[in-house]
Write a new protein. Structure first.
Length: 138
């Protein structure tokens, strides 16, 4: 292949990639913009029990958290689940905030009511947060 043919092919490929990239960018921007307008949000916290942790104590602690989050009034629902099969014994706190702002307001109200939480030892092996916004299906 001659240099000019390779150059033309390279330019054509660059144009195709750049168009595809801009289309992805536009779609991604739409997704991000629409996710902030989502009617349904879900905030999932997972807590993996540390080795030697007493399951009933961990569950009781998480139940207290769930009740406190409910008391904030910032969530449509607050539920607690347990995963007890397989190697990771974990608790999942699922909160359905009323809005994006409710997430911050709920956290603030939670820690105002339970300020002692920041002075307790952290007895969990692992923790993660996932904030989800529903993508409507037409």
């Amino acid at each position: 292949m001659m240099y000019s043919q390779r150059m033309s092919l390279g330019v054509a490929l660059l144009l195709v990639l750049s168009f595809a990239g801009s289309s992805w960018s536009i779609a991604q921007d739409d997704l991000i913009e629409n996710s902030f307008e989502a009617a349904n949000l879900l905030y999932i916290e997972s807590f993996e029990l540390a080795p030697g942790a007493v399951p009933n104590e961990a569950i009781a602690q998480a139940q207290g958290w769930a009740k406190s989050y409910r008391a904030t009034g910032e969530y449509k629902s607050v539920r607690l689940f347990v995963h007890h099969t397989g190697p990771n014994f974990a608790l999942y706190l699922m909160l359905e905030p009323k809005s994006w702002q409710a997430i911050q307001d709920g956290q603030n109200k939670f820690f105002e009511a339970r300020s002692e939480e920041m002075d307790k030892p952290y007895n969990w092996a692992n923790h993660s947060d996932n904030l989800l916004s529903e993508i409507p299906l037409d």
